[in-house]
Ligand binder design. Sequence first.
Ligand code: FUL
Length: 489
Amino acid sequence: MCIIKKLTYLGIGMFISLSAVTAQVPDITPNKVIPTPQQVAWQQMELIGFVHFTVNTFTDKEWGEGSEKESVFNPTKLDASQWVRVAKEAGMKELILTAKHHDGFCLWPSKYTEHSVKNSPWRNGKGDVVKEFTDACRKYGIKPGLYLSPWDRNSADYGRPAYLTYYRNQLTELLTHYGKIYEIWFDGANGGTGYYGGANEKREIDRRTYYDWATTWALVRRLQPDAMMFSDAGPDVRWIGNESGFAGETCWSTINADSIMPGQADAAYLNTGDPNGNRWITGECDVSIRPGWFYHASEDAKVKTPKQLVDLYYKSVGRNSLLLLNIPPEREGLIAEPDIRSLKEFRSILDETFKTDLAKGAPVKASNVRLNNKKFAPGNIIDNDKTNYWAADDSVKSAWLEVTLPAGTTFDRIMLQEPIRFGQRIEEFEVQALLDNQFKTIAAGTTIGYKRLLRIAPVTTTRVKIILKKSNNTPALSAFGLFKASSRE
Ligand code: FUL
């Protein structure tokens, strides 16, 4: 409408410049620190999986010594498609395989070592787990990622400069032979002792200087520019500071990464992030569905329950992070039944809870609408489009939005989302509901980020108010939702 009116007034000659001006109302000013488009796409996956599998699966260990015989690796029924199907049904969008864990055994026939599948009885030494895994991922539309342990308890060169050449050669194999890889996991663990080609000794390294991470990261960027790199320090994705699967209730996607090195980080700092951080490095919450990272038959009865997994989902995805859930195959090379059962129920609970958004399509008004322009309409937070958003004028640092619900609406889960491509802004918020003719606080929090989920006691109301009390830049929201939790949660 607006374009047509002006066209009539100014004449056809102005068409090109005017339509561009009218259609392109500028977005809000981005924060100084913002994510790359790859980081935004990565976070939108929300739930991804880990596959810990190696000689440890057969020796019943968590950390192999590096002296394991290749002959122990023999998963007679290995079917990577089964892993991928299980992951996909659970709602995972990416799977990360331990191509090499600390024991140094390679799941692919690396030409740089004899310590690999090529000397195992599996597929008569002709097999390649990384190939079967990446092929299966592609077949089922799951993004493949790989873990390559920097600590290698098998390599005679570990601790010396020659090992870095070996490590980077292996990384190059992984990043050039198996198509597009979406995430590379750089683990910070190092326990010192190992087999090290028969030396059987303790090798200390200087975590700050030994690995020369800048060179390795540049190699990854060159070979796979879109791959997200995980470590304690990023550069793209950070460890969340624990292996229990939860982010801080306050969780910033920004940190100061300059002084952090993989394997040398302040866990509490990583858990909450830093509002003044100079780098965008979102947290990833890694946790295993079992007590251990590798499969142990003795832990079959200790698989996390669906309820525990749902709880972790709220504490990771619901706190501006990503949930990386480990599902380790058993000795035959398949994900075990107890894990599958738990994952299925976990998915079904989440689907039931989030199936109906009770705020969808409800009328919304706001204390302020940027430039009074439709582009920033309050209704953008409850429509089906997660890319559009409501925003306030630049002068505004706190604002409210009010959603009117049909009579008798009862909910106990609240979802808030920021348009993070412009940075993370909200520092403090509150949600109120009209109860007995008075607005009362039903939830409150600090950060929102990509997604914040809040669990509250059931509330029945016709009006809900979101109060954005404090933000570091013009407040903006991309989505808001209200849900009634499944009774199985
Ligand atoms: C840790 C490792 O030591 C564990 O074995 C596991 O791989 C976990 C994901 O990271 O640092």
